[in-house]
Structure formats: C-alpha cells, structure tokens
Write a protein that binds this ligand. Structure first.
Ligand SMILES: *Cc1c(COP(=O)(O)O)cnc(C)c1O
Length: 390
C-alpha cells in the first residue's frame, strides 16, 4: 500500500493542524438539527428566508402540480432534448423581474462560475478578482485563458489603479466580485465598480450574488437591486440553492451575451439539465420572491442585533449582512467554541483553512428568517467575550 502512504500523510497533516474534514452526521428537521439525540437550532444553513423548512409553501406548490410535472430527470443537456418549456418560463420570469434582456438558468452556482469566465474571456482579457472570491470563481479563472490579478479585498483604490495601469494592454477586462461575501458577510459597494466601469469602456462587471439573492433589495433580487445598479452589471449571477430553497443558478445578462454563453459555455453544453420538477419549484419560489419583505426585514433585524453583540464583546466583525462571523483564529480554538455552542443547543460549525485564510478560523453564524428574537438572545448569552477566549 505504498501508493496510499502519500494520501495518508496528507490527511495526517490536515489532522495535525485541526483542518481535517468529515461529512457531518445529523438529521435535519425544519430549522432544527438532531445530533446524538439532541435538538439544535440550525445556524449553519443557507436557508436564509426559511423557505426550505416551510412545509406550507411546499404543500402549496404540490397543489399546483399535475402528473406531467413529475419529471425527475431532463435526460439530456439543454442543447439536446433537455430544454423543457419550464426552463423558458423560469428564464422569462427572471428576465422580467430583473427587467433585463436575458436570463440563463444553469445547473448550479459551481457550474455557473466554472463555466462563464472561461467562455467569455481569452488571452486578450484581464480578469481582476477580489482576493476573497469563492472557490468556484477561482476554478473558473484557472480554466480560462485570461490573465488574472487578484486585488485586496474590497480595495477599490487598488482596483482602480490596476484598471488604469492595464487599460491600454487589454481590450477586455472583467472585474469579478461577490456582493455579500460568504465568509465575512460584508457587502461590496457595487456603485464604486459601476463608476469605474463607466470610465473604462473595456471593463465588464461579474457579480456573484449567491448570498444576496432572496435576502437583499426590495424584491429580493440582491444587492444590485438594493444599490440600484442591476442594468450596469454585465453578469449578474445568482443561485437557487441558498435563500431560494431549490437547486441551480442563473445569470442575468444582455441577450447577446446569453447567445454567446449558449454557444460557448461548456458547463451548460456538456451536462444534463436539472430535472424539470426542480425547475418548476424554482419558478414557483421566484414568482413569490417579491412578497417576502417581512422575512427579509426580520432577518436584517436579527443580524444587526447579533453583529452589535459580537462587536461589543471585543471581536472584529466586518459583517454587514445576515452572515455573521465570529473570528477566533486558531482552528483548534474554533472547533472548541463550536462544540461548546453545540452543547448549548446551537448548530454552529467551525470554518477553517483552506475555506478561509490561515489563522482566521471562525464560527460562521448563518441567520435565517425562521430564527426568532428569543433564540438570538439565547445565542448572544452564550457568546463569550474575546478577552476570555485564549
Ligand atoms: C454557494 C456558492 C456558490 C455555489 O453555488 P451552488 O449552487 O451551491 O453550486 C457559488 N458562489 C458563491 C459565492 C457561493 O456562496
């Protein structure tokens, strides 16, 4: 088993640093998680609006279905025979909501980010990506022929000087960012990026709104809606797997770019389309999206409370959203803290490298609209001040 020795060593190294991962064993019940006989409040889910745990909503959807909707497979790529009418219905609905020329539905956020950048860039393109963008975007950049420079997280000044420096050299530049960042919960000033784009005609904006869709903006369309710049984003990317309680992803873009993606995007062309039944559920959820303002408001309210509490206890907390990190530092300490909170009834998981930079292991509170004020109060009572966490 000499062959296996290499893999064994790697795993042992991860374990020594407290970074070994295992698939968690738990039973999920609505907003609760059952673990070793204990019922814990799930604070690690991306079900931000509480829709996935809303059984009434699911029942309502089931009533809209007839026999012909129960299609559990598309049996083919959308380019072949997998493009069921419900796809077009969902895309029309999205284009309508965003008042955009085009929307394209994809199998997952991962497919989206791995597929779009390689399709729309070439060796004459410069990608400027925020240092903290999601792993799927990094993989998309790696697969592309473009040159890429990462700028310091949300450092718009540095970004601007990079654009200025390289503008003559590259006929196309793509600025890649998230709107709500998944690990710090901070929010990008999209208007700064839009202003930059207006000054340089070769600049395009690619914004991943995975954590913002459903949650931000008057109609839940994301941060671009909230900041009033939907039309200025060239690739406005969202996912259905988080707040929208479904599966898949979408990009809002000009019709020309949509046509281009249909022809060039390998993770659209060479994969089986999502089952029509899932698309029907997504369409149902998206159609209701504007009406969930109360849930969005409640979520913002809880998040503001929790952030304030964490700051008052001496932690650094960059969050401006419902994703609230408690940055501990060493992975072992983060694991201990997570275990302590789990014993007190909160299902919180440690987030460690390589998901976050070294020495910034953290607990990541992911609030949802299903959480009550009472529950957040109890959680806050369990968070120890930074000075007593050694
Ligand atoms: C979750 C996430 C993705 C991946 O989306 P999936 O639909 O789960 O594959 C992409 N980008 C960001 C920023 C994410 O948080």
């Amino acid at each position: 088993m000499e062959l296996d020795q290499y893999y064994l060593n790697e795993l042992e190294q991860l374990a020594a640093k407290g970074n070994l991962r295992r698939l968690p064993q738990a039973i999920y019940k609505g907003k609760w998680v059952e673990k070793e006989g204990q019922c814990l409040l799930n604070l690690s889910s991306n079900d931000y609006l509480g829709l996935a745990s809303d059984t009434r909503l699911r029942e309502e959807f089931m009533e809209t279905l007839s026999e012909r909707d129960f299609l559990f497979s598309a049996s083919s790529s959308r380019l072949l025979t997998g493009n069921f009418p419900v796809y077009a219905e969902l895309e029309e609905l999205l284009a309508d909501l965003y008042q955009a020329e085009g929307a394209l539905v994809l199998d997952s956020g991962y497919h989206m980010n791995v597929g779009i950048l390689p399709a729309v860039t070439d060796a004459q393109t410069l990608i400027l990506a925020d240092k903290l963008v999601h792993a799927s975007l990094i993989d998309g950049i790696r697969l592309s022929a473009a040159r890429c420079i990462r700028y310091r997280h949300q450092d718009y000044g540095q970004l601007e000087s990079l654009v200025e420096k390289y503008q003559a050299e590259y006929p196309r530049m793509v600025i890649v960012t998230e709107s709500v960042f998944s690990m710090d919960g901070d929010v990008t000033d999209l208007l700064r990026l839009v202003a930059l784009k207006r000054r340089y005609p070769q600049v395009m904006l690619y914004v991943d709104e995975a954590h913002a869709v459903g949650v931000r903006g008057a109609n839940g369309l994301g941060v671009a809606e909230e900041q009033g710049c939907i039309a200025d984003i060239d690739f406005l990317c969202g996912t259905f797997g988080k707040a929208l309680a479904s599966v898949g992803a979408f990009v809002i873009c000009r019709k020309l770019l949509r046509d281009y993606l249909v022809n060039k995007m390998r993770t659209l062309i060479f994969t089986t389309a999502l089952p029509p039944l899932n698309i029907a559920w997504t369409r149902f959820v998206v159609a209701h999206l504007p009406q969930w303002q109360e849930r969005r408001k409640h979520l913002q309210h809880l998040a503001a409370w929790l952030r304030e509490d964490i700051l008052s206890k001496g932690y650094v907390c960059p969050s401006q959203s419902h994703i609230v990190p408690l940055t501990i530092g060493a992975s072992e300490r983060a694991i201990e803290q997570a275990n302590a909170l789990q014993r007190k009834g909160f299902y919180v998981l440690p987030v460690r490298p390589p998901t976050v930079p070294e020495r910034t292991s953290r607990l990541r509170f992911s609030l949802t609209a299903a959480v009550t004020e009472e529950e957040v109060k109890r959680l806050m009572a369990c968070i120890t001040p930074k000075s007593s966490v050694v």
